[in-house]
Design a protein around this ligand. Structure first.
Ligand SMILES: *Cc1c(COP(=O)(O)O)cnc(C)c1O
Length: 355
């Protein structure tokens, strides 16, 4: 039997640029983007602004920097930032909102990672001079660590309307906002219409090798450009990356439905394997969180066993793992991965964790 290709379910960031992207990168027209003279970057920024119905957009090297320039642009040192407890900005961005932007996270736990105005309003600091003030509310859709869950548009709108009435801006960490749009059969512009700023990743399901975009008002983007430079993110002939980003932006969203179908099939198959628990009904997009407590293995042990069979997946906690579908994993590979998981998680180990 020929050796099975690696099935990498660790993240949708692992996608490799397509031949079309590589060609576009090789042929990209470039200039110095710190002088705002890179025509390909300028085109990407114009398209992103247009797609999101905003005045302007800015290309940034990573989603983390994108979120940080938004937080920094919208807040003041000492402000609180309301976010969800498992949120990316709180857990996976090196505390930059504190270390660099000088803000204090005010995390709220929400089932499925989805905040509501009802939850948020209780955490807004009263306007008293001796209390730290709420500077920003940050939402995450899809919510990564809650399993790719999606905010209903009315929930976002209600938070935005109420926050704005109090003079508080709302940021959308929309790293996977196109997955949310596909799930809702809507579009990114409608979903985020009331958010002050949006960050989205080109480098995830959309398939670009590098890069994120932030979008909002012209005034915001002017500030964001200053902070991007301050954070070391001013890039030069970066049209070579923007060229891939343009293809990701134009063509990426339409195939995300396949990733969602594959994730659902993966979840259904995993749910059949003794020792593994998955709430199939909660798998809305391309992320599957599985509870492996009853396999008798920790996530790092299971991860190592899967790797021996060329299936890659990472633990979230010792009892949970995350699997993410993307354009480099097809339906056949999902079936192969399921076979590997079933083989590795043998029923005889169920219920007796060897530690
Ligand atoms: C991936 C991701 C980001 C940005 O990550 P980078 O690795 O810095 O590009 C931000 N928010 C969420 C929810 C993400 O999943």
């Amino acid at each position: 039997m020929e050796e099975q290709a690696i099935i990498d379910l660790r993240s949708d960031t692992v996608t490799k640029p397509s031949p079309e992207m590589r060609r576009a990168m090789a042929e990209a027209e470039v200039g110095d983007d710190v002088y705002m003279e890179d025509p390909t970057v300028n085109r990407l920024q114009e398209r992103a602004a247009e797609i999101f119905g905003r005045e302007a957009a800015l290309f940034v090297p990573s989603g983390s920097m994108g979120n940080l320039v938004c937080i920094k642009s919208l807040t003041h040192h000492g402000n609180e930032v309301i976010c969800e407890e498992r949120g990316h900005i709180f857990n996976y961005e090196m505390g930059s909102m504190s270390a660099i932007a000088g803000t204090v996270p005010r995390p709220i736990y929400a089932e499925d990672g989805i905040l509501t105005w009802e939850m948020v309003k209780k955490q807004i600091r009263p306007k008293i001079y001796y209390r730290a003030q709420t500077g920003l509310i940050s939402l995450e859709s899809t919510h990564n660590m809650a399993g790719g869950t999606v905010y209903a548009p009315q929930v976002i709108d209600e938070i935005c309307d109420n926050a704005h009435a109090l003079g508080i801006p709302v940021h959308m960490d929309g790293a996977r906002i196109f997955n949310a749009a596909v799930y809702l059969n809507s579009d990114a512009r409608t979903l985020t219409a009331k958010c002050d700023t949006v960050q989205f990743c080109l480098s995830k399901g959309l398939g670009a090798p590098i890069g994120s975009m932030v979008t909002g008002s012209r005034e915001f983007v002017e500030k964001a450009r200053v902070y991007r430079k301050m954070f070391g993110g001013g890039m030069r002939q970066v049209g070579v990356l923007a060229a891939a980003g343009l293809i990701a932006l134009e063509k990426g969203p339409q195939r995300l439905i396949e990733d969602h179908r594959n994730a659902r099939r993966l979840a259904e198959g995993l749910a059949q394997i003794p020792g593994i628990k998955v709430n199939v009904a909660k798998v809305q997009t391309n992320i599957v969180i599985l509870d492996i407590a009853d396999t008798g293995m920790t996530s790092s042990e299971l991860s190592a066993r899967l790797k021996e069979h060329r299936v890659l997946a990472n633990g979230v906690t010792p009892d949970t793992m995350r699997m993410v579908t993307h354009l480099d994993v097809n339906a056949e590979m999902i079936e192969q991965a399921l076979e590997v998981v079933a083989r590795v998680v043998r029923p005889k180990t169920v219920g007796c964790r060897a530690r």
